[in-house]
Write a protein that binds this ligand. Structure first.
Ligand code: ZN
Length: 291
């Protein structure tokens, strides 16, 4: 009875029962304590937030690091300190470190985190598949740097979190796969609702999800006030979700309540339960991602 009226073999569904992975993007490059008082900046603060989010249902952590002045840092040692704490307090959780191009431009800076080895080696690193304008700056991702990062990730055994901000970036993923820079299984993060990205419309989400290659898992993120609606659509469509202060500073649409990462994760866990998508634990998340 459960899916009786669905097309046979259909995978886009309103009755999707597979478990939900909640990805918490805790810090990002941009937010400061002035923008959002609860953004975690120091390794201790980031670890403490991860702990609370883990207890609330997050099993995937997308990490940025900051230096002593609170500025974005690509220093391997800071990432190692954060990963050590998260591995200790959030057992089995999946770690993704940023290799983004918004602040750091050279391959050496952006690939420093790929040298983390042993028990602290992350499962994923972000790989943005094209250049993109944000409201006030640009994330530059030339073909050369994308391919170099992808190659380095392949050789280190670190999976790319494939960041898609526009439809052409998905075409580029297909090209990279054909050329041997990317290998299945794929995990995509689809980003909607920022100035310069795809708009946060259902039609755009559906188009992108239908265009994903076979053997993909995907999560969706929305910028600012679109975070909750994009996450909710992804829950209904059988995808996974990325939330957190990196993408959205406020809990409410009216921008009266500054967000905490924990509040954002708790709300999604609650919503998912109501919508019939139980939240995955760490080992279930690993199974879903093919780790
Ligand atoms: Zn990020």
């Amino acid at each position: 009875m459960d899916q009786g009226y669905m097309l046979e073999g259909s995978s886009d569904l309103m009755l999707h029962r597979s478990k939900l992975i909640i990805n918490a993007a805790l810090t990002g490059n941009v937010p400061t304590k002035t923008d959002v008082p609860n953004v975690p900046i120091t390794p201790d603060e980031i670890i403490s937030d991860a702990r609370k989010c883990f207890a609330a249902g997050a099993t995937f952590f997308h990490l940025h690091a900051r230096d002593d002045d609170g500025k974005p840092s690509c220093k391997r040692e800071i990432f190692e300190e954060i990963v050590f704490g998260i591995r200790k307090h959030c057992p089995g959780s999946v770690i993704c470190v940023t290799a983004g191009g918004r602040i750091f431009k050279t391959f050496e800076e952006r690939s420093a985190i790929l040298d983390i080895e042993g028990e602290l080696k992350p499962e994923f690193a972000s790989l943005t598949l094209g250049s993109i304008n944000f409201p006030a700056d640009v994330s530059v991702n030339s073909p050369n740097i994308i391919q170099s990062l992808a190659k380095a990730m392949l050789s280190k055994g670190i999976r790319p979190e494939l960041e898609i901000f526009d439809t052409g970036m998905l075409n580029y993923a297909a090209y990279l796969t054909r050329k041997g820079f990317l290998r299945s299984p794929f995990h995509f993060n689809l980003f909607f609702g920022l100035l310069g990205t795809m708009p946060a419309r259902m039609v755009d989400m559906c188009h992108l999800v239908q265009s994903l290659p076979q053997n993909s898992t995907w999560a969706s993120a929305g910028g600012g006030k679109f975070q909750l609606s994009v996450n909710t659509a992804a829950i209904l469509m059988g995808g996974h979700v990325r939330t957190g202060i990196e993408d959205n500073f406020y809990y409410d649409h009216e921008k009266n309540i500054p967000a905490t990462n924990e509040m954002l994760v708790e709300r999604l866990a609650r919503l998912a339960k109501e919508l019939g998508r139980p939240v995955a634990n760490s080992s279930e998340a690993r199974g879903i991602l093919g780790l």
